[in-house]
Design a protein around this ligand. Structure first.
Ligand code: AMP
Ligand code: GLY
Length: 414
């Protein structure tokens, strides 16, 4: 079977790698892919949002299954167009992907169907938003409503910061014209519960934890994710059952009831608060970097799993018992400005998996080409061992312009 994976980052590399383990995938294409993915798939130079070119490519090359990585492709309506053409595709329609694209949509759905989440209000008027914040307590959570690549959330600890953020989001239209969701500030351990969803049928993948802040001890700015691991000792079976029944299943059912059934991966960004598990956000796709630590544990045939979901069936999947831990190497300066083009050496000495996030080949040499550059993912019987292995392996990679967090996974040992 010929398979196309849309995307170019570490998540896409992990999806391609899972597919490459399937004897059923005779040929894998990645659009546009990256320098690492190129060792497993044929990379084709089509942008992940160029829907018509993707449709054309799939048709002309006999692609039998397409798997979508990024949210931008979903928002561009890639699933809708593929389905119109009778092409099999794994991912939600544009209408179903609203659960990620619009924070207000997600919030309204959760309130309507009694899914536990932080209290909130939505504003498009600056004065009204400011008056609401002044009535409430600090810190307060301000979320720009729209896709903002994780950078549209500000946790304001002072009234001055809240005011200037609202000004940015509602008056200066730095993010484009939109509205702001203002939320109650929650505390607790965050975790990611990704489920394969086919209408009202849901199937959970191993739970993972992302590390969103740039520096150790969760300091510094929010990023696209600096590392992740699976096997979270603080999430009990009761927690998992509760989240599946009261959050994931309820949302899958709600999407069906609303006439926008979900197909693909529903990602629950959840928090275990003193008042129980609550939703921080939903994503309509595989999480990044969670996918890079979850899919290496998939023992079942990835083609079967993705195809089942694309056919609106619940997949059956087996997972290895091992723990996984991934550490991201990022360009110095990220998530702010950073330089590119620095040589990367030593990857061949790494025993763990290496997924490329932002690399390129320059005159045959691997160089940095993005903010997050690669993720090293180790598997081991225990999380401690996985952490040790990932640390040993990351030390083998030589590059003068990379940094990484040294505390990935430590929250599991507290
Ligand atoms: P989001 O893009 O909605 O996932 O928000 C990014 C990060 O902001 C989350 O991973 C949390 O760490 C934090 N955050 C978002 N909403 C809240 C909230 N209501 N209370 C506390 N922290 C939050
Ligand atoms: N790990 C967070 C995300 O994928 O949005």
């Amino acid at each position: 079977m010929k398979v196309l994976v849309i995307g170019s980052g570490g998540r896409c590399h992990a999806i391609v790698e899972a597919l490459s383990r399937s004897p059923k995938a005779s040929k894998i294409y990645a659009a546009p892919g990256n320098a690492g993915i190129a060792s497993l798939a044929e990379c084709v130079a089509i942008k992940d949002t160029d829907v018509e070119a993707l449709v054309e490519f799939a048709k002309n090359n006999g692609v039998e299954l397409t798997v979508v990585g990024p949210e931008a492709s979903l928002a561009a309506g890639v699933v809708d167009r593929f389905r119109e053409e009778g092409l099999k595709i794994f991912g939600p329609t544009k209408a179903a992907a609203e659960i990620e694209a619009s924070k207000d949509f997600a919030k309204r759905l959760m309130v309507k169907y009694d899914v536990p989440t932080a209290a909130y209000a939505t504003f498009s008027d600056f004065d009204e938003a400011l008056a609401y914040v002044k009535k409430g307590s600090l810190p307060t959570v301000l979320k720009y409503d729209g896709l903002a690549a994780g950078k549209g959330v500000v946790i304001a600890t002072t009234m001055e910061e809240a005011e200037s953020t609202l000004r940015d989001m509602l008056l200066d239209t730095r993010f484009g014209k939109g509205s702001v969701v203002i939320e109650e500030f929650l505390t607790g351990e965050e975790f990611s519960l990704m489920c394969f969803v086919a209408g009202n049928k849901i199937y959970a993948m191993p739970v993972a934890q992302d590390h969103k802040r740039a520096y150790d001890n969760d300091e510094g700015p929010n990023t696209g994710g600096m590392g992740a691991y699976t096997e979270l000792p603080f999430i009990t079976k009761e927690d998992h059952d509760y989240a599946m029944a009261n959050i994931m299943q309820r949302v899958a059912d709600a999407m069906v009831a609303e006439g926008t059934p979900f197909t693909g991966v529903l990602y629950g960004g959840l928090m275990k608060t003193p008042q129980g598990i609550k939703v921080i956000e939903f994503n309509a796709r595989f999480g990044d970097p969670e996918t890079e630590v979850v899919l290496p544990r998939l023992k079942s045939d990835a083609v079967d799993v993705f195809m089942a979901v694309a056919n609106n069936e619940a997949p059956e999947a087996e997972w290895s018992e091992e723990a996984t831990l991934g550490i991201v190497l990022a360009s110095k300066g990220y998530p702010g400005d950073y330089a590119k083009g620095f040589a990367i050496k030593g990857c061949e000495r790494v025993e763990s998996k290496v997924y490329h996030m932002g690399t390129a080949l320059k005159d045959g040499e691997l160089v940095t080409a993005g903010g997050r550059v690669m993720i090293v993912v180790a598997s081991a019987p225990t999380l401690r061992e996985a952490q040790m292995k990932a640390r040993e392996d990351i030390a083998k990679i030589e590059c003068s312009n990379l940094f990484h967090r040294t505390d990935i996974g430590n929250k599991a040992f507290k």
